[in-house]
Design a protein around this ligand. Structure first.
Ligand SMILES: [Zn+2]
Length: 485
């Protein structure tokens, strides 16, 4: 039996943030009944069984920071099993099987250079904190990529990422990793997943009914026969959303378990992780990419920008919503830079480090020593609090770009509503810190985004957000004295 055939099952595990940014409470979601919300439902169907069956030890995966934060709060035992699976691999092989993820699942080609860097740095910081070692690989939201994103990944020490084969500029042999050379002189490794197999596992029911027949009938057909004849090593990467194993497809956690424990090896495939494969197989070939591009849009990254035929209906709400967010972000940024000129040595470096302060991974003393003006002497309590509010506004300014807000067909859905809610939280923090009204202009911009299903505009949806205590927002129309409503 040929021992040079490897297979890597890759799971992208992610949930968008669902909590109200003013109360941190995840609202009840009737569609998830009998569970309280979709996070609970998907946990019961997917995260828990896969963790308890030990599947995370045998696959490569990324676990989104917003999902990890929620698991940490609600199901720390599951998060621990997932982290332990990576740590055991790291101890045993010197490379773990978890990859980092850009922090807010932002479509990085559509982000500013500064936001790209913050998303990547926060994602890496979150990973290092949780998994206890630096990440070697990073999963990009929707595998959306451009050259600048890869430059920043390489600059931050990331060795590899995973893309769809059609994101290469020329045809590739997906059974081996490639090097992408970057203008700076740096380079990064790209694994291309096997598109037909990954699509079959995701969308075709029969492909995953039996792990033995998957290994016996499906996998061999995707080997490079010339490599097989020469006895060369090769790798098949099957990359999908992790949630399909149990949630989108009931009981597929068992399929995965049988495949990685017995099925693959019984038919001559060694189960490996991307990190292990790369450790033993440096890329031999280089490739250029089509950029920007992504795995779930065939129009560059238009699905999350100007809109495209990937989603039905009139997608003119997408550029309108993005314009509203981008305009708000520019005002958040200029306010942040101006108002922290007296307290922060370099506001953008301070923002990149803020996640560590906010999550208690870095002490306040250490943070202010590194980023505060006056050589680490306290900047004064009031100025310090104001600066923290503006940093927190930057934090929510990142959350408002959660890609799910643009992924689907219509504006009048929970995902765009959540992005607008995060934007409102940033507006509130700036208002509290400076008395500056960023709301009026934002709401005016939102009026241009209209749902083709219900006719509601972004302005209507902003007005429908839960009321907050008086004084938290500049516009009296959206403030009431009843914070419990
Ligand atoms: Zn598209």
């Amino acid at each position: 039996m040929d021992s040079h055939q490897f297979v890597c099952l890759y799971g992208h595990f992610y949930q968008p943030p669902r909590e109200d940014p003013f109360t941190s409470i995840v609202p009840h979601e009737p569609g998830a009944t009998p569970y309280e919300n979709f996070n609970e439902k998907i946990t019961a169907e997917c995260y828990r069984p896969n963790a308890e069956e030990g599947n995370f030890a045998s696959i490569s995966f990324d676990l989104g920071p917003t999902l990890a934060m929620w698991l940490e709060q609600r199901h720390p035992d599951i998060l621990q099993l997932i982290v332990d699976a990576d740590r055991q691999s790291f101890a045993r092989y010197g490379t773990g099987n978890a990859l980092a993820q850009a922090f807010n699942h932002t479509i990085l080609p559509l982000a500013t250079t500064r936001d790209k860097r913050t998303q990547i740095i926060w994602g890496l910081a979150d990973f290092a904190h949780r998994f206890g070692h630096p990440a070697e690989g990073m999963w990009l939201a929707e595998t959306a990529v451009d050259e600048e994103t890869l430059e920043i990944l390489a600059e931050q020490g990331v060795k590899y990422t995973v893309l769809a084969p059609w994101q290469a500029a020329t045809p590739v042999d997906a059974t081996e990793p490639y090097t992408v050379r970057l203008p700076s002189g740096r380079d990064i490794v790209v694994f291309f997943y096997n598109a037909p197999l990954s699509g079959g596992v995701s969308f075709d029911w029969d492909t995953t009914t039996n792990a033995d027949s998957f290994a016996a009938s499906y996998l061999p057909g995707h080997l490079n026969t010339e490599k097989s004849a020469r006895g060369e090593d090769q790798l098949i990467v099957v990359a999908t959303d992790g949630e399909l194993y149990g949630h989108h497809k009931p009981w597929r956690d068992r399929f995965l378990n049988h495949l990685v424990r017995e099925g693959a090896s019984a038919f001559g495939f060694e189960v490996t992780s991307l990190g292990r494969y790369l450790r033993d197989h440096q890329p031999q070939r280089e490739v250029a990419l089509r950029a920007p591009s992504a795995w779930s849009c065939s129009h560059g990254v238009a699905r999350w920008g100007r809109g495209c035929e990937c989603t039905e209906g009139d997608s003119s709400w997408k550029p309108a919503l993005r314009h509203a967010l981008d305009t708000l972000a520019a005002r958040l940024d200029e306010t942040f830079e101006r108002e922290t000129a007296g307290t922060l040595y370099d506001p953008w470096a301070a923002r990149d480090a803020y996640l560590s302060l906010r999550n208690g991974w870095m002490s306040a003393e250490e943070y202010w020593n590194q980023h505060g003006k006056n050589d680490g002497h306290p900047v004064g309590k009031a100025a310090e609090e104001r600066t923290l509010q503006l940093l927190e506004a930057q934090y929510y300014g990142q959350w408002m770009y959660t890609s799910c807000g643009f992924f689907f067909e219509d504006l009048d859905r929970i995902e765009p509503r959540n992005d607008i809610a995060f934007a409102r939280r940033a507006i509130s923090l700036v208002w509290q810190a400076t008395g500056l009204d960023l709301e009026t202009a934002f709401v005016r911009d939102l009026a241009a985004a209209k749902s083709w299903r219900t006719g509601l505009t972004g302005e209507d949806m902003y007005a429908q957000l839960p009321s907050v205590a008086a004084g938290l927002l500049p516009n009296p129309r959206t403030t009431t004295a009843d914070p419990a409503a």
